[in-house]
Design a protein around this ligand. Sequence first.
Ligand SMILES: O=C(O)Cc1cc(O)ccc1O
Ligand SMILES: [Fe+2]
Length: 452
Amino acid sequence: MSQFFHGLHTHQTCHPLSIGFGNEFSSEDPRCPGSLPEGQNNPQVCPYGLYAEQLSGSAFTCPRPTNKRSWLYRILPSVRHKPYTAMHCGNLTEKWDEVEPDPNQLRWMPFTIPKSSEKKVDFVTGLHTLCGAGDTKSRNGIGIHMFTCNTSMVDRCVSPPFSLSVPQQGEILITTEFGKMMVEPNEICVIQQGMRFSVNVFGETRGYVLEVYGAHFELPDLGPIGANGLANPRDFLTPVAWYEDREVATGYTVINKYQGKLFSSQQVFSPFNVVAWHGNYTPYKYNLDNFMVINCVAFDHADPSIFTVLTAKSSRPGVAMADFVIFPPRWGVADHTFRPPYYHRNCMSEFMGLIKGHYEAKEEGFQPGGGTLHSMMTPHGPDRDCFEKSSTALLKPERVADGTMAFMFESSFSMAVTKWGLETCQRLDKSYYQCWEPLRKHFDPNWRPSKQ
Ligand SMILES: O=C(O)Cc1cc(O)ccc1O
Ligand SMILES: [Fe+2]
């Protein structure tokens, strides 16, 4: 389905957005009607004297269902820039051998946001790599970063590999080559490889970023669930074309994250000069409240894959490079069941973050803006309080996770933690393991099944 210039005004943003996931969208800035060429991509001369530029998100030759590209009609093409030069990467890294591997359960207290009165930090400078694996050259891997910032990006933009952002504190206004979108905590956004964007913030701001080096985020297949449910395509929102014809004599900085490092180049105009565009390769956002939860209505605890919002598949069937999974508010109704998460060891790595509230398996210790990492095969599960309470609870229907939103980046990669994550950030909670220490033995060798 194609949306032509039909903006949906969401109340909180005033930035028009179009509906759908992976559609063929078309969009024109309303100030330039007719700016999108009709019937062809490369007219000899484009309307309004614009340049045509294709942004390819997949190989030209990808099969149709996975072929992604957009055509941008812009005042000047992206190639009009001075050469890239290496820039300081701060705590952003793709070096996965900075410190020795650590298989322990790791928990971080909320990551510190710099005070603007002390130090002005924007979104790019405020990116810190926590953990990850793989490499961008072979386009197989992931990175998990925290952003903590207090200042808007001024006359600079950045383009990442495929990345999913989860704001946790403070809304962020993202200006992209495709238009603008405001993203609030409890919403997520995806900016795909090569898409330039700039971030405005409105105070002390914090969030999580999942970067996937070689795959696109997709909606998971629904199998027997049927045609509807989980994250529905109609709840994804894509920006509408917006341009500025702004010359920047002092220089506009375009930052390119390339092979794990940052490079900057100067140009004399704003890169947000796209007057019209069409295609199926776009940034988008999604409000987590729209997730249609499917869960157990009889007995037993279903695996958290039922809560998958988006998946970035690996080449192995059914195995994700990374899944984005949420733990939304819902009813708990399972009969004769230990309802919280089970104890387990997983061949996948589980990084968890908390947007608001608390997480059911651990009422204490895991706080909004913090994180946990349970690495491949590292045992984990409910803390002692949760186990005792839930083993004796009266199993009536009960609201679970109201007013909370925890999430998980689950990955088939065995992730390394960075030096920043283990040492420099000073947020590691060394006492985490202690939440399982009070677990007591309940074994009774004389126990017998009760006679019915
Ligand atoms: O470890 C966790 O808290 C995440 C998780 C939740 C759940 O309900 C089942 C499995 C699982 O890994
Ligand atoms: Fe788990």
